[in-house]
Design a protein around this ligand. Structure first.
Ligand code: PNS
Length: 163
C-alpha cells in the first residue's frame, strides 16, 4: 500500500521552517502533497498560485527527493482533499506549545471526520522562531528575509515589495 501524506498550510510565504518539515516528511512517505489551503481567517499577502509556484521552486532548489505534489485547496474540508488523493496522514510542523495547542483540536476533528491521522513533526530548532507572518512583517519594513526563506521567496518578495 502506498503511504500518502499531506503537508497543509497557508504558506504565505513558504519559509525555511516549512521546507525543513517538507524535506523530512518526503523521506517518510511514498508520496507527499504540499497543499496551499485558503484560510479565510487570514489576510493573505501572496496570491495562492504564487504560493504554489514558490513552493515548487523551493523544493527544487533544496533538492528534496521523492514524489512531491504541490497543490492548492479552497473548496471545503482539508480531509476531502486527503480522501480524493488517498492520503491517510497530515503532517504538521510544531515549533512550540502554542503550535500544539492550535493544532490539537484540528487533529482530533480531522480524525473524527475522515479517519485521517495527524503526525506532529519537530523541525530543526534553528527554524523554531521563523513564521510566515514574521517574514511578511520584516519584508514589509525593508528588512533582510534571506536567513528565513528559500532564495526564490526572497527574490520574489524583493521584487514584489519594490514595485
Ligand atoms: O499555515 P496555517 O495557516 O497555520 O495552516 C492552517 C490550515 C490551513 C492547515 C488550517 O486552517 C486547515 O486545516 N484548514 C482547512 C479547513 C478545514 O478542513 N477545517 C475543518 C477541520 S480542522
Amino acid at each position: 500500500m502506498q503511504r500518502i501524506a499531506v503537508v497543509p498550510g497557508s504558506f504565505d510565504p513558504v519559509t525555511l521552517g516549512h521546507l525543513d518539515v517538507i524535506g523530512r516528511a518526503a523521506g517518510l512517505y511514498d508520496e507527499l502533497h504540499v497543499v496551499v489551503v485558503h484560510n479565510p481567517d487570514k489576510n493573505a499577502l501572496l496570491p495562492i498560485a504564487q504560493r504554489v509556484s514558490l513552493i515548487e521552486q523551493a523544493v527544487a532548489e533544496a533538492g528534496i527527493e521523492g514524489r512531491i505534489v504541490v497543490a492548492s485547496w479552497s473548496m471545503g474540508l482539508l480531509v476531502d482533499y486527503c480522501t480524493d488523493v488517498g492520503a491517510t496522514v497530515l503532517v504538521k510542523g510544531i515549533r512550540s506549545q502554542v503550535d500544539v495547542a492550535y493544532e490539537t483540536p484540528m487533529a482530533i476533528v480531522n480524525r473524527h471526520l475522515a479517519g485521517v491521522e495527524t503526525v506532529f513533526m519537530l523541525p530543526d530548532p534553528e527554524h523554531a522562531h521563523v513564521s510566515s507572518s514574521l517574514v511578511r512583517q520584516v519584508a514589509a519594513l525593508g528588512g533582510d528575509v534571506t536567513p528565513f526563506v528559500p532564495a526564490a521567496v526572497a527574490g520574489y518578495l524583493e521584487g514584489a515589495l519594490a514595485s
